[in-house]
Design a protein around this ligand. Structure first.
Ligand SMILES: Cc1ncc(COP(=O)(O)O)c(C=O)c1O
Length: 428
């Protein structure tokens, strides 16, 4: 008897963030269109989390597909040291003017973690190259910046990083400045700042994997100003918040202060291909210019600036900058607001929060808020059984849909979340 695809998968594949001993067999998806995933067995799922926050304009978007397939027939890849190509140059030319003022150069890599690694290396080497080495980074508690070692080091120390704790470089953490903790965060930052702090790294306004924690532009401006007074560089990790997710093109555009370095990925290609980008100011770039070869940024990946990925990003940018997307961002934010109001007083709902197309709240279950909260599996399976893909972060439930999600689909998702809340209320 021939094995099913999930059985074949189980025999040979190891999945991310998955306890392979206890996880149910994965669901084979055969195609996807707009916000909907189609499973092999005929089930459909509304992708309410944009497939790990990458998808912007819907799956298998015909415009992006057309552009990528044209590029695939022309130039699929070329080494990016000593060579260049139109998609990489054009993408950098088009990205820089829409970023917060001051970003001057684009460095390509493959994903969000590498975009962060590059930002950290640029920050440390900047200080090294100008002859004033600084060795410390300040980051936020509950931060998530990726799974490579440098990115893990600047992320929250948790069960996820515990086996690697001895190998992570020391980082100073301050509380995420969520409402009620702003003063504490600022005071801790001021106490930590000195001339050895190379950079402050933040996920601006929304901490994603740490629990969709949201905080205001005003307090981030204050933190940045304090860090700047001691000369620290500012890194905004917009891997999740970039490309319209928070209502503006970039979360950093809510700020009066400007970052020195930015990390971008995920939505950059509309969710089509893997691509990472690190951008920096002219001042940082110039610290690497020298007759001395040792001042070079010695970093690169085989697939740096892959032409297909850059082409997907250019096509996605066309769609992102269209009036239709602007209208969708407003439409989703307004629908989220109305839904947020409707669940505010629900007995199992706490801390409803929203920024642009991201809506999040905590499920009150008697257990502490945590990624390992048992309610996670209950909620995940309840929603999946009803055709909605959401991946609660422990007891934090959130919506982060593709911008093309229709009102009808959104209404259906809200309806299933309401059904979940009714079920949990009865059980509590
Ligand atoms: C803010 C942030 N930075 C970095 C990353 C890492 O990105 P990747 O998974 O592409 O390595 C993520 C991924 O969730 C993220 O949310």
């Amino acid at each position: 008897m021939s094995l099913s695809l999930p059985e074949r998968d189980q025999a040979v594949v190891w999945h991310p963030f998955t306890q392979m001993q206890t996880a149910p067999l994965p669901i084979p998806i055969v195609r996807a269109e707009g916000a909907v995933l189609y499973a092999e067995d005929g089930r459909t799922f509304i992708d309410a989390i944009s497939s790990w926050w990458v998808n912007l304009h819907g799956h298998a978007h015909p415009y992006i597909a057309e552009k990528v397939s044209e590029q695939l027939r022309t130039l699929e890849h070329v080494i990016f040291a000593g060579f260049t190509h139109r998609p990489a140059v054009e993408l950098a030319e088009r990205l820089l003017p829409i970023l917060p003022a001051g970003q001057a150069k684009v460095f390509y890599s493959d994903n969000g973690s590498t975009a962060v690694e590059v930002a950290l290396k640029m920050a440390f080497q900047y200080w090294h190259n100008i002859g004033q080495p600084r060795t410390r980074i300040i980051a936020l508690e509950d931060a998530y910046h990726g799974d490579t070692f440098g990115a893990m080091a600047v992320g929250a120390r948790s069960a996820f990083s515990a086996p690697f704790a001895p190998f992570l470089f020391d980082v100073d953490f301050i509380p995420a400045p969520v409402p009620g903790r702003e003063e504490e965060a600022l005071a801790k930052l001021e106490a930590l700042l000195d001339e050895n702090v190379a950079a402050l790294i933040v996920e601006p306004l929304v901490q994603g994997a740490g629990g969709m924690n949201m905080y205001s532009p005003e307090i981030l401006n204050e933190l940045i100003r304090a860090a700047r007074r001691q000369g620290a560089l500012i890194i905004t990790d917009e891997v999740m918040t970039g490309f319209g997710r928070t209502g503006k093109l970039f979360a950093s555009l809510y700020l009066e202060e400007r970052p020195d370095l930015m990390a971008l990925s995920k939505g950059i290609t509309g969710g089509t291909m893997a691509l990472g980008v690190t951008t920096c100011t002219q001042a940082i770039y110039e610290a690497f210019l020298s007759d001395d070869k040792f001042k070079t940024l010695f970093h690169g990946h085989s697939f740096t600036a892959n032409p297909l990925a850059c082409t997907a990003a250019l096509a996605s940018l066309d769609l992102t900058l269209s009036p239709e997307t602007a209208a969708n961002l407003e439409r989703i934010a307004a629908r989220h607001r109305a839904f947020a109001d409707s669940i505010q007083g629900h007995p199992v709902v706490r801390n409803v929060r929203q920024r642009g197309t991201i809506l999040a709240f905590n499920l009150q279950t008697g257990e502490a808020t945590s990624y390992f909260n048992n309610i996670r599996d209950v909620a995940y399976n309840f929603l999946l059984d009803r055709g909605v893909l959401m991946r609660p972060l422990g007891n934090v439930l959130y919506l982060l849909p593709p911008y093309c999600i229709t009102d009808e689909q959104l209404g259906y998702v809200y309806g299933q979340v309401e059904a979940l809340l009714r079920e949990l209320k009865v059980k509590n």
